[in-house]
Design a protein around this ligand. Structure first.
Ligand SMILES: Cc1cc2nc3c(=O)[nH]c(=O)nc-3n(C[C@H](O)[C@H](O)[C@H](O)COP(=O)(O)O)c2cc1C
Length: 184
């Protein structure tokens, strides 16, 4: 199977629109690789909808000192109970590293923990190099990697397009490897 044959969904939550905007830019970038992505607001997603996709990209911003974006928080008991075993997942998070450097992208870490519990295989980890923050719940123990793409539209908006383009390329390659392993 090829990546272009997969059903790909991008599910986002947002308060002021940035996470949706970045989702649209990821969609455009995926199209350049021949991959169609369907964008869905978490307020309209259900476990049943989720289960129709082979590859899911989840977008979440962090609010109020490490808080979870409200629609995602409300979806915890419903949407995040989906069984995604055998599916591929990737995450992206939005935050402000200078304004909230003790809580940078915490919500992405929260979401990662829950997505892992759905049984999905998570890809798309992203280096912490090039970011300045003190603490984050979205990093590994060594603080070398985020559990997904880190976007800062408040402080580093000029780097966003390049980051998206690199990350999408990484996703395409990691997906191809996974699909090859599965067919071997
Ligand atoms: C009141 C307020 C609280 C915030 N708290 C955090 C935070 O704890 N951690 C973080 O990384 N970013 C924080 N941010 C930055 C937002 O995550 C960022 O602006 C993001 O792009 C918003 O995404 P949205 O438009 O999709 O809601 C905060 C921003 C505001 C205005």
């Amino acid at each position: 199977m090829q990546l272009s044959e997969l059903n790909v969904g991008l599910i986002f939550g947002t308060d002021t629109g940035n996470t949706e905007d970045v989702g649209t830019r990821i969609q455009t970038e995926m199209q350049k690789h021949g991959v169609e992505v369907e964008l869905i607001n978490i307020t309209e997603a259900s476990p049943e909808v989720c289960e129709t996709y082979d590859f899911l990209i989840f977008g979440i911003p962090t609010w109020d000192f490490g808080g979870i974006q409200q629609d995602w928080e409300e979806a915890e008991e419903t949407f995040l109970t989906a069984n995604l075993t055998g599916k591929i997942a990737a995450l992206y998070g939005l935050g402000d590293q200078f304004g909230y450097g003790d809580f940078f992208l915490d919500a992405m870490g929260w979401l990662h923990e829950r997505v892992v519990k759905t049984g999905a295989t998570v890809i798309g980890f992203w280096p912490t190099e090039g970011y300045e923050f003190t603490e984050s719940q979205a990093v590994n123990d060594e603080k070398t990697e985020f559990c997904g793409l880190a976007i800062d539209e408040d402080q580093q908006f000029e780097l966003t397009d390049e980051r998206i383009s690199k990350w999408v390329e990484q996703l395409v390659n990691e997906c191809a490897e996974l699909l090859q392993e599965l067919s071997a």
